[in-house]
Ligand binder design. Structure first.
Ligand code: HEC
Length: 156
């Protein structure tokens, strides 16, 4: 009964409070249970951090995409950016889920990092490795997957 009442109270309480309870109960063998609860609490906050990081990455991905890619590939990836008219071949339609799911994440990364020429495509697709950090390139890959094609690699 005590535990049933105690658990929700501890779960909603802030971490320092559980630390205090832990020290208080150190002598009477209750610390194991309290530790378990503490671990649960840490897991919850990690989830929140991951969720925030996910959101932050999407925002950054969108920013980088709009800044570096949309000019050619278009704001929604349809290959219709303002510069597309002057290019032959045309910028790839990155929103084409069917095509994009034949490309691995590593292939997309390599295309962005080393340019079209590195993957047997046109050198009109620039290389970005001297402009974007490796981590930012992965963030753009994730953004293309999540918001542009809404697709995953499914095999070629
Ligand atoms: C100057 C215009 C231009 C810019 C800027 C540009 N691209 Fe491209 N991109 C192209 C063209 C043109 C192609 C098509 C190459 C071909 O079909 O041979 C292409 C192809 C691609 C492909 C397809 C590769 C494949 O194997 O089919 C991906 C993925 C890609 N670009 C991603 C990006 C990303 C991400 C950015 C921004 C970091 C970007 N591009 C910026 C012009 C551009």
């Amino acid at each position: 009964m005590r535990r049933i009442i105690l658990t929700p109270i501890i779960l909603v309480s802030i971490l320092p409070l559980s630390i205090i309870s832990c020290t208080k109960n150190e002598e009477n063998g209750k610390e194991a249970k309290l530790e378990e609860i503490e671990v649960k609490e840490v897991e919850v906050s990690e989830e929140i951090v991951t969720e925030d990081k996910g959101k932050a990455d999407t925002i950054r991905g969108k920013y980088l995409y709009n800044e570096k890619c949309a000019n050619c590939h278009g704001p929604t990836g349809h290959g219709d950016g303002p510069q597309a008219a002057f290019l032959d071949p045309k910028p790839t339609n990155l929103s084409d889920a069917k095509y994009m799911s034949t490309l691995t994440d590593e292939h997309i990364f390599k295309t962005i990092s080393e340019g079209g020429i590195a993957v047997g495509k046109s050198n009109l697709m620039p290389r970005w490795k001297f402009v974007l950090l490796e981590n930012d390139i992965w963030i753009v890959v994730a953004y293309i997957r999540k918001d542009i094609c809404e697709c995953e690699y499914k095999g070629s």
